[in-house]
Design a protein around this ligand. Structure first.
Ligand SMILES: Cc1cc2nc3c(=O)[nH]c(=O)nc-3n(C[C@H](O)[C@H](O)[C@H](O)COP(=O)(O)OP(=O)(O)OC[C@H]3O[C@@H](n4cnc5c(N)ncnc54)[C@H](O)[C@@H]3O)c2cc1C
Length: 319
């Protein structure tokens, strides 16, 4: 923590005053908080209890000049081996309330997509079936416009409540969220989603369940769910499928250290046990170069990067 640009003691004191001593972890290994099981320590790992605390933590970071990063379930994230010189604000631990009003379901940002889809199913509300096997949070889904099996977040999202860059909290309607394939205004403008309201529709619970079971079966058949990963490593390039290009390039099973292109689904880079972020980055770079060389298509990572690798600048310095 010695090379951080901000005053650690002052920041630590302020963070503890906001969220309580027990909710501020120092030098917290990010490998514990990512589905890749990779990542060095974050200077601070902070767990706010409610939206007001999120706003106060962000304000404190800004005032102290500390970079911050909003974490959901860490299921789309590669954190550097050196960790992160800043504050990770973890929303999936405590921001987990759900309320239902007719066909509208409002979830705080930390609710998992699995919980949201299960609850909707039990209530006979259809629309979130596509999300049942995506291991992310509602906030992360709004950021990425997560989707699967022909459905995506923007299909059912009605609005979000978000912390804006100026510190205000605003309700933003779906039409103003500029959501597209793996993109959104949340991502482009660094908004912090506090909660999201989904517009669902009534259906028989057994029919909803049957669709969820079908998606789960298909996922289990095709994806290497027994290994740590961050899901699809690359975005789908227009007119192609990343997994097919990688397979056709002969890269299934390509390995650096303990990181490898999955033999089951070439779109996934998996952690075979003790992979480092450097291993994963090396696999990603080789796949990009080789697919480009053979097919003239440059694959773009879908997975987000956090923390600096040697010689690189952090992708998402905030504020
Ligand atoms: C096995 C596996 C299968 C997967 N399958 C799919 C799939 O079918 N479809 C799909 O789309 N994705 C899939 N993913 C990827 C991932 O689950 C999704 O992208 C998910 O939406 C990420 O949510 P998260 O909460 O884990 O986000 P994180 O990984 O925690 O964060 C991802 C980004 O979202 C931002 N973010 C998180 N919460 C908020 C918030 N409240 N406000 C603002 N920004 C926020 C973070 O800052 C970060 O930049 C899969 C991943 C795995 C491991």
């Amino acid at each position: 923590m010695s090379d951080s640009a901000y005053h650690l003691d002052t920041l630590a004191w302020r963070l503890r005053a906001i969220v309580g001593e027990e909710n501020v972890l120092e030098s917290e290994p990010m490998s514990e908080h990512t589905t890749f099981r990779i990542g060095g320590p974050a200077d601070f790992y902070v767990v706010p209890d409610d939206p007001e605390e999120v706003g106060d933590v962000v304000a404190a970071c800004r005032e102290e000049g500390a970079p911050y990063f909003v974490l959901g379930c860490g299921s789309d994230l590669l954190v550097s081996d050196d960790g992160y010189r800043g504050v990770v604000i973890a929303l999936a631990d405590d921001l987990t309330n759900v309320s239902v009003n007719g066909e509208e379901m409002t979830c705080q940002a930390g609710v998992t997509l699995k919980e949201a889809s299960e609850m909707a199913c039990e209530l006979g509300l259809s629309g979130l079936e596509f999300a049942c096997g995506i291991p992310g949070s509602v906030g992360g889904a709004c950021f990425m416009n997560a989707g699967a099996y022909g459905g995506c977040t923007s299909d059912v999202l009605e609005s979000v409540r978000a912390l804006m860059p100026d510190g205000s909290v605003q309700s933003i309607d779906i039409d103003d969220l500029a959501m597209g394939y793996r993109k959104s205004r949340v991502k482009d403008e660094g908004l912090v989603v506090l909660s999201a309201t989904f517009k669902l529709h009534e259906d028989k619970p057994e029919e909803i369940r049957a669709r969820m079971d079908d998606f789960t079966r298909r996922r289990e058949e095709k994806q290497p769910l027994e290994l740590a990963s961050a899901g699809s490593t690359f975005k789908r390039p227009e007119g192609f499928f990343a997994g097919k290009l990688i397979t056709d390039a002969g890269l299934k099973g390509y390995q650096v250290g303990d990181a490898a292109v999955s033999k089951k689904h070439a779109g996934f880079v998996v952690n075979l046990g003790h992979a480092t972020a450097a291993d994963v980055r090396a696999v990603i770079a080789h796949v990009q170069d080789e697919v480009d060389r053979q097919f003239g298509v440059r694959l773009e990572p879908e997975v987000r990067f956090l923390g600096e690798e040697p010689g690189e600048k952090d992708e998402e310095p905030r504020p």
